[in-house]
Design a binder for this molecule. Sequence first.
Ligand code: EPU
Length: 417
Amino acid sequence: MTAVRVRPAGPLVGTVKVSGATKNSGLKQLAAALLASGVTHVRNLPRVRDLDVMLDVLRAVGATVEWTAEDALILDTSGPLQPEAPYELVRQMRASINVLGPLVARCGEARVALPGGDNIGSRRLDMHFRGLEAMGAELTVEHGFVHARCNALCGARIVLEFPSVGATENLLTAAVLAKGETVIENAAREPEITDLTAFLNRMGAHVLGAGTSTITIEGVDELVAADTEIMGDRIEAGTFLMACGIAGGEVELVGVRLEHLEMVGVKLGDMGMRVSPTPDGIWAQATEPLRAVDIATLPYPGFATDFMPMAVAVLAGSIGTGIVTENVFDNRLAFVEELARMGADIRHEGRHAVVRGRPRLSGAPVRAFDVRAGAALALAGMKADGETIVHDWHHVDRGYPDLVGALSSLGADIERV
Ligand code: EPU
C-alpha cells in the first residue's frame, strides 16, 4: 500500500525537467521494436510501473532487455519470438495490447489476452480488431484471448469510428509490414502517434501523414532495428502547470513543447494564468486566484481527457462555476466523489460535472482511482487546509516517474508515507 501526504505550502517556484513520456509514447515504441530483428537503444525512458509490465511482456515473447542508464535501455529482438502475451501481464496494463499489431505483422500470428475495462471506462477494442481484419488477419476471441492469424497482411482502407490512439497505433504498426498501401482515416493525431511514426520511419517504414487525420502507409518487406529517444511527457507538463495554477507561483518546464498541450495553455490563460513557450520548454505564472471556465475533453488537439481530473481540481478552488464534459471515456468522472470528500462543491452525472469553486478545500484521506485522478487529488491537497493523504498512490506510479520529487523541488509540501 502506498500513500502520499500533502499539506498546503507557499507558491511553487523553480525549474523542473519534464520526464520522457514512458507510458504514453515509450511503451508503444518498445512494442513497435518487435517489428524488426535486432538491437534498439531507447533513451529518455524513465522508469514507471507500466514500463516494468511492458518489459515483462516483451521478455515473455522472447526479447531481452538490458538497462544502460537510469532512463535508457537496450532491447534485443534478435532471438525467436513466441507471439503470446499472457493474462497475468496484460491484466496489469492495457497498453500490452499494443504488441498485437507488431506480432501479427512479423510472426503471422499473435495471441494476446484481453485486458478488460478499468476505472475510467469500458475501453473496447473493436476498432483494433476490425482494422486488422480489414488487412486480412483472421481473428478469434476465445477463452479471454484474441488470436490473430494471417498468411500475409494486405494494405486496406480503414475508417475509424473514433480517433482512437490505441487503434491507430496497433493498425499503423501492423500496416508497415503489410503488402501494399494502407490508409487510416479519422486517425488519432496525438503527438505520441507522430513520435511513434518517426521511429517506424527510422526503421525503414514508409508512413506519411502522422499528426493528421489521414495516415498513409506503404508496406515494406522488412524493417531494421533503429534507436529512439522518447518525447517529453506533455501530460506530466500539464500536471505541473495545473499545480502552479492551484498553488500560485512561477515555474519553468524544460524538455516539452507548449504546442503539444496548447489547449491547456489556452484554458489556463483564460483562467488568469500567464503561459508562454520558451526555447526549450514552457514558462508559467499564476499571481491571483484563477477564474472558472468550462472544459470539454476531445481528441488531440482538443483538451485531452488525461488533463481533465487535474482541471477539475483547479476548478474546485477557482472563482465561479465551471462545467466539465468528458467526451472520451464513459466513466472518468467517478473520482470527483473523492474531491467532494475534500469539501469540493461538485455535482456529477455521467459525463458531466458542475464544479462550483471554493476559496479553500479541506484536507482529508482520499483514494486514487487511476493515474491522473491520483495526481489531481494531490494537487487539490495543495489548496486544502490541514493534511490530505492520497491512498493507492501505486496508480500514480504507473505513469509518473517521480511526481512527489518534482513537486517538492518546486516547493510543494508533499511526501510519501
Ligand atoms: N474505443 C473503442 N473501441 C476501440 C478503441 C477505443 O470504443 O477499439 C474507445 C475507448 O473505449 C475510449 C475511446 O475510444 O472511450 C478512446 O480510447 P483510445 O483508444 O484513444 O485510448 P487508449 O489508446 O486506450 C490512450 C492513453 C490514455 C489516454 C487515451 C486518450 C496510453 C497508454 N493510454 O489510451 O492514457 O487517455 O489514449 O488520449 O497511451 C492516461 O495516461 O491517464 C491514459 C488513460
